[in-house]
Design a protein around this ligand. Structure first.
Ligand SMILES: NC(=O)c1ccc[n+]([C@@H]2O[C@H](COP(=O)([O-])OP(=O)(O)OC[C@H]3O[C@@H](n4cnc5c(N)ncnc54)[C@H](OP(=O)(O)O)[C@@H]3O)[C@@H](O)[C@H]2O)c1
Length: 242
């Protein structure tokens, strides 16, 4: 069993907000498991981030039960526990951008990663997180999942309806609330993060915020102290309405 500093796992860590989250964790002295579904992309990112600290690739397609089992076994055998899980992997699988033309299979594909992926990975690693004295789970959500901000009475943000993506983040927020309620008597904390509109491949780099800014929101929730909140939804400026 390896002696370790704080151990963090980031899904979808090979690019975008996940990669920058892994970089910030490493720079803070954590041991970082950079999860990626594609081995060469994951290894390359981990090698690049090794300049900042201890970053190790772990193969993890969040839609693949066998890979999740293998990853949990590896972490269990190597470290025995996990301190931080960031459910960051996310996709926009839909091509149609109105609710009226949404295609169920595309919505389902989005949910498979954004909702069921987070559920699978959380349940896979929960026994290891519960062994940590200060387990932290961050679900990387979006203001687009806020019913208040993207619903009927929302300000017109000029953003097309992404029915699958937006509702997947609403469902992810609901997962946050359910886990936090069930684990209310345990020191673990689980929260949703809104990184803001960040320039990444996901939006063709139209986002107005940097990955550094987006990841900082995730990192702050992943490093909450004992007196920090659980079961909430937070952005850079504090609570985000559900
Ligand atoms: N960018 C924004 O403005 C914004 C705003 C709010 C929330 N978010 C959320 O932030 C998270 C990261 O997004 P991003 O903007 O950084 O997007 P991105 O640059 O497109 O990165 C997405 C990451 O998720 C990975 N991924 C996708 N499906 C996966 C799977 N089945 N298993 C494992 N990894 C998978 C991708 O891996 P591959 O390289 O293999 O495809 C990639 O590493 C997402 O959850 C997104 O919804 C983003």
């Amino acid at each position: 069993m390896e002696n370790k500093s704080t151990l963090a796992l980031v899904t979808g860590g090979n690019r975008g907000i996940g990669r920058e989250t892994a970089r910030q964790f490493a720079a803070m002295g954590m041991t970082v498991l950079l999860g990626a579904r594609e081995e060469s992309r994951g290894r390359e990112a981990a090698e690049e981030l090794a300049a900042y600290g201890d970053v190790r690739f772990i193969q993890l397609d969040v839609t693949d039960d066998d890979q999740i089992s293998a990853a949990t076994r590896t972490v269990d055998e190597t470290f025995g526990s996990l301190d931080i899980l960031v459910n960051n992997a996310g996709v926009i699988a839909e091509r149609n951008i109105t609710a009226a033309t949404a295609v169920v299979d595309e919505v389902r594909t989005t949910y498979e990663t954004n909702v069921f992926g987070a559920l699978r990975v959380t349940n896979g690693f929960l026994p290891l997180l519960l062994r940590s004295s200060a387990g932290r789970v961050v679900n990387v959500s979006s203001f687009l999942g806020s019913l208040e901000l993207s619903g009927r009475n929302s300000p017109n943000l000029g953003i097309p309806t992404l029915l699958g993506y937006n509702t997947s983040k609403t469902a992810l927020n609901a997962l946050t609330a359910q886990y936090a309620a069930e684990l209310r008597n345990h020191p673990i904390k689980i929260n949703s993060a809104d990184p803001g509109y960040v320039s990444t491949d996901l939006n063709g780099h139209t986002g107005t915020r940097s990955v550094e800014q987006g990841a900082a929101v995730v990192v702050s929730l992943a490093t909450l102290g004992e007196d920090g909140p659980t079961g909430g939804f937070f952005g850079e400026e504090g609570p985000v309405p559900w």
